[in-house]
Ligand binder design. Sequence first.
Ligand SMILES: *[C@@H]1O[C@H](CO)[C@@H](O)[C@H](O)[C@H]1NC(C)=O
Ligand SMILES: *[C@@H]1O[C@H](CO)[C@@H](O)[C@H](O)[C@H]1NC(C)=O
Ligand SMILES: *[C@@H]1O[C@H](CO)[C@@H](O)[C@H](O)[C@H]1NC(C)=O
Length: 410
Amino acid sequence: MKPFVTATLLLSVAAAYYIYLPLPNTVCEPWKLMILDAVFRSFMHMGDLAHDLGLSHHIHVINYIVSKVEVKGPQSSKTVQVTDTSFAGVQARVFEPTTQVKEHHLKRGVVYFHGGGWAMGSGRMRSYDLLCRNMAEELDAVIVSVDYSLAPEAHFPQPYYDALKAATFFLRPEVLAQYSVDPKRVAISGDSSGGNLAAAVVQQMAAENKTSTKFKVQALIYPVLQALDFNTPSYQQNGNTPILYRSVMARFWLEYLNGNTSLVPLLLANNHTALDRTGVPEAARAKVDWTRLLPQSFQKDFHRVSPAQGSAQVVEELPALLDVRAAPLLAEEEVLRAVPPAYIMTCEHDVLRDDGLMYAQRLEEAGVAVTRDHYEDGFHGCMVFSFWPAKFTVGTRSMWNYIRWLQEHL
Ligand SMILES: *[C@@H]1O[C@H](CO)[C@@H](O)[C@H](O)[C@H]1NC(C)=O
Ligand SMILES: *[C@@H]1O[C@H](CO)[C@@H](O)[C@H](O)[C@H]1NC(C)=O
Ligand SMILES: *[C@@H]1O[C@H](CO)[C@@H](O)[C@H](O)[C@H]1NC(C)=O
């Protein structure tokens, strides 16, 4: 019996060591978050191990696990009809409320892009599936959850083009009519990398001004919007806070832009935007200048990291770092002026907090109406953790506030 007890004890200590993370006490349900993070980290470690052994790309390993555990078939319920389909060649899951109020009754519409670092996840995952069902029911809206293509197979601009194609297709008068959607009441939305795609697509449509139908509002949930500064106060403050670590976000960017992932340390040092990097125009630097764009209360005592000397021609080699379609925070003010009213949700314990806050500021300066919804106890990804077994009170709260905002503004 003794070796068994010893082994159990040792394993428990090892597990506790693996799970335990010092977390700020202001984050929602820290113990639950530690466990969730340990699960995520173990997937990441498995992915990295398989990758290093040359067995499979690390993202494929993670997506394989997700597809087995999380992805659901299209199951209609009494209230919502669910269909997997293709919008101009892009996969999408459509959620249609079945309520027949009266004839010729038109519904709202929402085009939604899931998160996952442009590499992971799917609109067919349980969490997004449930979110979209709730939205369809509560908002009496047709929800189009777009499965744009992902890294490592697809790199920028492919996922962006997929998002643009699906959104443009849905806004076609005959498509809206087919789904009984009111052309005056369609929103574009997404979380994390999906928020990036939503912001980029709505900017492009505003700049082009080609489609007869426009999105009425945009709702961005902890969006990722820039890759010039990996040392904003929120990147500095939350670099080691689950579930999105600073180095993981830098790696997602490099994979999205098809850069070499060995550049992660360079990006984290802001060496790509060092002051001797003449490829970064002053105008672009100004658009991510958090010392101007963030309220003092978020700047705290953090200092700008802008080294005098950089180490490589990263921006010249990866021009997409300066492309507004990849980094919507860099858009010109004329473009911002033409985008629809915005809801921007941010979380205190999130490296991307300041991406969202800076964008809110730039939109307001361009005269766009912005609702800022900030969660002091929120962490990156929390809104989709509102369902058992990863149910956080901040997840449930933020999800219903988001839906309520759409209820009032769409
Ligand atoms: C968009 O185009 C319409 C007509 O084509 C025009 O009336 C409108 O002013 C344009 N809007 C912007 C922001 O350019
Ligand atoms: C990435 O960079 C590393 C280190 O500079 C180099 O060894 C490797 O060959 C590069 N990979 C690709 C795909 O260019
Ligand atoms: C950043 O650039 C400096 C100056 O060239 C160099 O000494 C340093 O090693 C670089 N850091 C990284 C992480 O590349």
